[in-house]
Design a protein around this ligand. Structure first.
Ligand code: BES
Ligand code: MN
Ligand code: ZN
Length: 496
């Protein structure tokens, strides 16, 4: 699919669909231009109540002789004051999903004007990434693809935006969109097809295509590398575990940013077995690892001047005669012993070992993404990731990157008392903290493995997966994390 950015009057844009965003307030920018060339029809639709401009509201129209485009799709942006990359992404997604329901040759997207809080770059990124992301659905039905990406998409910007700035932003929207496709595909892939070995193979293919160094550790190597917690989780499964090490170096002697992802390709709970209801969507439990792979792919495609170490911890969590038992004690890579009191608290175990490895590799800053706890969804809902950290300054940088990128995160406290809930009678630490503050005690567990290095943990159990299908989202994997990772790496390149 071709993806371009042009400067043109809307009248002359040749397209099967011309997407024009409309705000809930004044008719400005491309909406105003359209109003002019149609002799005031946008204003009339506004007055008649057909067009309110509510976020992601769609109004498809057939054009007349006033424009070269065959059809128009007006898409609401919501209130101008609330406009941010998140709103633009949602509007773009709704429009992209609508036009990709049928096959078309060419789709054009009119880019709205920036606001005092939002640059051209952010507007192009928000809207463009949303449109691109929606060109892929979750379905695997015979003879019935759920999306038809057009042969070409053009972003139409006004002549007042500096040309190179628009091109750079448009290209980044395409790269982020492609990474979101990868993440969504991986999360949506059934666990019979995506298991640690096949995931690792996919990581090798991705790395090869974008020029990232990729090393895969098999179970023998993991044993030699003393990754006892990860191996403990994996031992109940017929599918052997893998750890994928991605190295992208384009920052000379700058510090290394480590990105770590929980990659449980299926979480049955192990002997602490989940119910059918709880287990149904547990193919999503590798969304953190998928986000890291997608993020690294995008960073490499953009040639960002940073050094990144990406670590994917890949296991399947299953009950069996060889499965981890309650009361077992595992030894993590840093030597700490862990008493297992619930085999369903497996994500923190596999992350423990790769966190130790990132510390040994001298990573300067760490970010892990993990569908770690149901408790985080109880606390923050399905749209917001929990952010936990051992370092306020690093937490604030990650929070700002995520917020700018349009992904919602919110801090949860890491007071010392929460850590006391993990005291074991036999080992250095136990793997569960009891009924209360489950998202935080999980993070407190991880903190045992990060030395004192600046580290942020994002619990993405809520936003990584959508159980509902709607205009601004598809059921299944959402691609959460990619936009935060790319924005963070972009800032890391500038600040370090
Ligand atoms: N993968 C789950 C967390 C999860 C739940 C992700 C729902 C997405 C949706 C995780 O491994 C888990 O089972 N956590 C337990 C922890 C508990 C045993 C301390 C949980 O949240 O119940
Ligand atoms: Mn679990
Ligand atoms: Zn899990």
């Amino acid at each position: 699919m071709k993806w371009n950015c042009i400067t043109s009057s809307l009248r002359n844009v040749e397209a099967d669909w011309l997407i024009v965003p409309v705000s809930e307030d004044a008719i400005t920018g491309p909406a105003q231009e359209l109003d002019q060339i149609t002799g005031g029809s946008v204003s009339r639709l506004r007055e008649s109540g057909d067009l309110r401009g509510k976020l992601a509201e769609l109004l498809p129209l057939v054009t007349g002789p006033y424009a070269s485009a065959k059809r128009l799709l007006l898409v609401g942006l919501g209130k101008a004051d609330d406009l941010d990359r998140r709103a633009l992404y949602r509007a773009g997604f709704a429009a992209g999903k609508y036009v990709a329901a049928r096959k078309h040759a060419r789709v054009a997207v009119a880019v709205p004007e920036p606001t005092p809080r939002l640059s051209w770059r952010d507007v192009i990124l928000g809207l463009g990434t949303g449109v691109y992301a929606a060109y892929r659905g979750p379905g695997i039905r015979q003879n019935q693809p759920d999306r038809h990406a057009p042969d070409e998409t053009v972003l139409v910007v006004s002549s007042s935006v500096p040309n190179d700035e628009a091109l750079v932003a448009a290209r980044r929207a395409e790269v982020e969109g492609r990474a979101i496709h990868l993440v969504r595909d991986l999360v949506n892939e059934p666990p019979c097809d995506l298991y640690p070995e096949s995931f690792a193979h996919r990581a090798e293919l991705v790395s090869q295509s974008v020029g990232v160094e990729c090393t895969v550790w098999d179970e023998k190597r993991l044993l030699a590398e003393r990754m006892g917690c990860l191996l403990g989780v994996a031992q109940g499964s017929a599918r052997p575990p893998r750890v994928v090490i991605l190295r992208y170096r384009n920052g000379d002697d700058k510090p290394t940013l480590a990105l770590l992802g929980k990659g449980v390709t299926f979480d049955s709970g192990g002997l602490s077995l989940k119910t059918t209801e709880q287990m149904q969507d547990m193919k999503c439990d590798m969304a953190g690892a998928a986000a890291v792979l997608g993020g690294v792919q995008a960073i490499a495609e953009l040639r960002l001047p940073v050094n990144v170490l990406g670590l994917l911890a890949l296991v399947e969590n299953m009950p069996s005669g060889q499965a981890l038992k309650l009361g077992d004690v595992l030894r993590a890579r840093n030597g700490k012993t862990v008493e297992i009191l619930n085999t369903d608290a497996e994500g923190r175990l596999i992350l423990a070992d790769v966190l130790c490895y990132a510390i040994e590799q001298n990573a300067a800053h760490l970010l892990d993404l993990a569908t770690l706890t149901g408790a985080c969804m109880v606390a923050l809902g399905t749209e917001v990731a929990g952010l936990m950290s051992n370092n306020d300054a690093w937490a604030e940088r990650v929070r700002q990157a995520a917020t700018n990128a349009g992904e919602q995160v919110w801090p949860l406290p890491m007071f010392r008392e929460y850590g006391d809930l993990l005291r074991s009678h036999v080992a250095d630490v136990k793997n569960v903290g009891g009924r209360y503050a489950g998202a935080i005690t999980a993070a407190k567990f991880l903190e045992h493995f990060v030395a004192d290095r600046p580290w942020v943990h994002l619990d993405i159990a809520g936003p990584a997966w959508s159980s509902e299908d709607g205009p601004v989202r598809d059921a299944g994997g959402t691609g959460f994390g990619v936009r935060t990772i790319v924005e963070l790496a972009h800032r890391y390149a500038q600040e370090m």
